[in-house]
Design a protein around this ligand. Structure first.
Ligand code: FES
Length: 283
């Protein structure tokens, strides 16, 4: 019987925040079928699982190889290695100097970037949903039971760290500005003046997608328009909030597109840097 909380016995009988979950709980209807859904509900989590696994594998391999991240001729620097701030960096790739000494081979060239941006994506609300559905099947889709028998929320380590998303957002803003600087430097000609090639276009498309993803963040929406009693008293914040809200509606789309524009940009710069093909130049 439901108790006074209205959530059934699972809530009142458990003293901690660990709740009973799944179709086996006493207050659920007893249905033999695992799910009554007949559509291909498994397709979306499966594709998400494959896409995220491929991205993680690519990122780890590139972080481990530590090569072909800089094209000196055109000043192309991959976002995977930006900013490059140690004595291990290739000459010319350190746009902000080299305050750090030479790094051991097992530490990625841009390990600070890796920590902040992995933290930003890893704590993102969209990726949390995608991860819960595709990696942990918790649940895999609406009206599909999950395999776990209990639910402990995000109140304990390590999941409690997900609540620090706002701070990773601040870090991502800094790295976004660094990416803008890198992208401006990519207008570099072979004679030392201004130039532009296909790589410049790819870098800028990636930059736009990264900013679309960053500015559409739920934390960003709250920062610009949250904790206000009256929008009419804060017309500028209301304007920003309206703008971010429009972007926010497509946050999941930007999250996935920017994931692949980053990989494509890195793969392109790696190919040019390794000499596998030449960068077509416009001027
Ligand atoms: S919610 Fe996805 S980046 Fe903030």
């Amino acid at each position: 019987m439901p108790d006074s909380t209205g959530f059934g016995p699972g809530v009142s009988e458990v003293s901690t925040n660990r709740l009973a979950a799944g179709v086996a709980t006493r207050d659920r209807a007893s249905i033999e079928q695992r799910t009554l859904r007949t559509d291909r509900w498994w397709l979306s989590p499966l594709l998400t699982f494959l896409a995220l696994t491929a991205w993680l594998a690519y990122g780890l391999i590139r972080a481990a190889t530590q090569k072909y991240y800089w094209v000196d001729e055109y000043h192309y620097l991959t976002p995977f290695a930006s900013p490059c701030i140690s004595d291990s960096c290739e000459p010319g790739s350190s746009h902000f100097g080299t305050p750090l000494p030479e790094m051991p081979i097992f530490i990625p060239i841009a390990f600070i970037t890796f920590v902040v941006l992995a933290g930003f994506r890893g704590t993102c609300y969209y990726y949390r949903k995608a991860g819960y559905r595709s990696f942990f099947l918790a649940p895999a889709a609406c009206a599909v039971p999950e395999p776990h028998k209990s639910y402990s929320g995000e109140a304990k380590f390590p999941l409690v760290l997900l609540n620090y998303h706002r701070y990773f957002f601040y870090g991502a803003l800094v790295f976004g500005l660094i990416n803008v600087y890198d992208a401006v430097l990519a207008f570099h000609g072979t004679d030392g003046g201004i130039g532009m090639g296909l790589g410049t276009v790819i870098i800028w498309i990636n930059l736009v997608m990264l900013w679309a993803y960053t500015l559409s963040c739920h934390a960003c929406r709250h920062i610009v328009g949250g904790r206000l009693r009256s929008f009419s008293q804060h017309p500028w914040r209301y304007r920003y909030w309206t703008w971010v809200s429009r972007l926010n509606a497509k946050h999941g789309t930007y999250a996935m597109i920017s994931l692949f524009t980053v990989i494509f940009t890195d793969a392109y710069i790696m190919s040019v840097s390794a000499g596998w093909f030449d960068d077509p130049r416009f001027f």
